[in-house]
Write a protein that binds this ligand. Structure first.
Ligand SMILES: [Cu+2]
Length: 194
């Protein structure tokens, strides 16, 4: 009877943990993200033009974009300048080139002042890259930022996976303990018999 209760409890625990792990993995694989950047004159620090996460906080270099390989991103760039065109593209070196992952917004026509542009792309390569403005001389005036593409989300999604694995090991340890307790209970009976 005791053995059966232990078995059922352990089974429920293991099934619960496996479903948690599956849910975590699915979440990491399917999450898509929207990113909004603001391009224009820097609001603080060095540089002439830059990028920011809000119109009131534009810096040079702009904010680092931490991306996950295989995840679809939609980047919207709002040009908040009053009379200067800007653009956006991801490149391997800090220079105007063919955009990586097809991640380019108006790279030859440029985004007019007060307008915005958008691109959806999926990084298919990990590494350290850059985003730049393709308007001549703008990279030198500060219009660039870092792009880091990794295989997993930096945090907190990645932290869920090892802890789920740890819980499975705990479940295995509980199973072993339950088996040990069951043996100890049977032992005196056997001892008396023999
Ligand atoms: Cu620019």
């Amino acid at each position: 009877m005791q053995n059966r209760i232990f078995l059922v409890l352990t089974l429920i625990l293991v099934i619960g943990l496996i479903s948690t792990l599956t849910a975590t993995t699915t979440k990491a694989a399917t999450s898509g993200t929207s990113i909004t950047l603001y391009a224009g004159p820097v609001t603080s620090g060095s540089g002439t033009y830059g990028y920011g996460t809000s119109a009131s906080k534009i810096t040079s270099p702009g904010p680092t974009l931490n991306l996950v390989e295989g995840t679809a991103y939609t980047i919207t760039v709002n040009n908040v300048a009053t009379n200067m065109a800007h653009s956006f593209e991801i490149v391997s070196t800090k220079a105007i080139s063919t955009p990586l992952f097809g991640a380019g917004i108006d790279i030859t026509s440029f985004i007019p002042a007060g307008s915005s542009g958008q691109v959806t792309f999926t990084p298919n390569q990990t590494g350290n890259f850059y985003y730049v403005c393709t308007v001549p001389a703008h990279i030198g005036l500060g219009m660039w930022g870092n792009v880091v593409v990794s295989t997993t989300t930096p945090s907190p999604t990645v932290a869920e996976f090892p802890s789920a694995l740890t819980l499975i090991f705990v479940a295995l340890a509980i199973t072993a303990m339950a088996a040990f307790v069951a043996r100890q209970k049977n032992r005196p009976k056997n001892f008396v018999k023999s």
